[in-house]
Design a protein around this ligand. Structure first.
Ligand SMILES: [Zn+2]
Ligand SMILES: [Zn+2]
Length: 149
């Protein structure tokens, strides 16, 4: 797992590197991911922030605070709008990186679907992966997803 991973936004302004291939990846059908990505769901890899280095450019940040007081952030390229990172200020020991922005998105395999309760009807899931109606059971993953659809 020592292989590094490189990625970046659509326009090339922002480039990043991960110190290793993320071990946890899931497909999120929450309303926030749907809207933020303008897509039916998002592929997210989870890793500690210290494993992520922005090697070129800088990201802009959108923050949103839920009724429960949890503030989540979404980092994106201010030039082309590509969503790159997200996480929670409360659970700051982990963050997520958008798999599709990897130079090679096939480096990881998703292990489950989360927030299936808000899945779009015409998305057909025949991949045999576990489907969680809300967030992943493991509490380490609960931060980004825990509230604010
Ligand atoms: Zn860009
Ligand atoms: Zn989500």
């Amino acid at each position: 797992m020592s292989e590094s991973v490189s990625g970046g936004c659509l326009c090339g302004s922002v480039r990043y590197e991960l110190s290793s291939v993320p071990e946890s990846t899931y497909l999120c059908h929450c309303r926030n991911c749907q809207k933020a990505h303008s897509a039916p769901y998002a592929a997210l890899s989870i890793l500690p922030p210290e494993n992520v280095t922005i090697t070129q450019g800088e990201v802009a940040r959108y923050e949103r605070t839920s009724d429960g007081g949890n503030t989540t952030y979404r980092d994106f390229c201010s030039n082309c709008g590509t969503q790159l990172f997200s996480g929670s200020l409360v659970f700051s020991q982990i963050m997520s990186v958008k798999v599709i922005t990897f130079d090679n998105p096939n480096l990881v395999n998703p292990s489950q679907h989360v927030w299936v309760e808000s899945k779009v009807d015409w998305v057909c899931m025949n991949d045999q992966l576990p489907q969680n109606q809300t967030q992943q059971s493991s509490e380490e993953f609960s931060r980004e997803l825990d509230e604010d659809r």
